[in-house]
Design a protein around this ligand. Structure first.
Ligand code: HEM
Length: 188
């Protein structure tokens, strides 16, 4: 008896590992895991990895400072776009990757919902998916503020008017966000 068999045998007598591992290895994969729309999940994961890599690279030159005119944040994005070697490419990948990610994640979740993938016994998977989607949306909101340009300001103004008008968040919170807004637009 080889050493490996002896060790596995010894462990198996105590923990019945072999049966459990065999059951997993020979488990039939359900048909639904083959559905074409599930590739969108992998596409979303790839895009998230792209966002993290390009986001890290942007962070090497980005200056998180909004004081002054032009703000160092704006000037640093301008530098990334026009001066840093291939900066335009990295920034473009980050920008389009972020937009594509939202579209892909939305399509993926819509199809998952349509197929009833939120039902037991996979409801925890669904809830984790919703949480991940919310984090992506949050990253997108905070990220689009970073260039500190007119678009950052106008996008935020639009979103604030949506959340305060839509009754999505309590007035106290949307009021607080509105209160912050002049700080972002203040020329100095
Ligand atoms: C799901 C993940 C992410 C999303 C959806 C996202 C989204 C965005 C968006 C929409 C912008 C504005 C792009 C522009 O107008 O030029 C941005 C900018 C930025 N992001 Fe992200 N981001 C993500 C992850 C990250 C990570 C992980 C980092 C850092 C490690 C990062 C660092 C930055 C930096 C430094 C900028 C400012 C530079 C620029 O505006 O081009 N991002 N992000």
């Amino acid at each position: 008896m080889g050493l490996q068999t002896a060790v596995v045998g010894w462990l198996d007598e105590r923990f019945q590992l072999v049966d459990a591992v065999d059951a997993e290895l020979n488990r039939r994969v359900p048909n639904y895991t083959n559905a074409a729309y599930r590739y969108l999940g992998a596409v979303a994961v790839i895009l998230i990895v792209v966002e993290f890599i390009t986001g890290f690279l942007l962070g090497l030159y980005y200056v998180p400072d909004g004081a002054g005119n032009p703000a160092p944040a704006y000037a640093s994005v301008d530098f990334i776009q026009h001066t840093a070697y291939l900066g335009w490419l990295i920034r473009g990948m980050h920008f389009w990757g972020a937009n594509l990610l939202i579209a892909v994640a939305l399509a993926y979740m819509t199809l998952a919902f349509w197929n009833g993938d939120y039902r037991a016994p996979r409801e925890v998977n669904w809830m984790v998916g919703v949480l991940i989607f919310l984090v992506i949306v949050l990253f997108s909101f905070t990220g689009s503020l970073l260039p500190w340009d007119a678009n950052s300001y106008l996008a935020r103004a639009r979103e604030i008017s949506i959340i305060s008008g839509g009754g999505v968040v309590p007035d106290s919170i949307s009021g607080f966000i509105k209160y912050l807004t002049p700080c972002w637009s203040r020329p100095s």
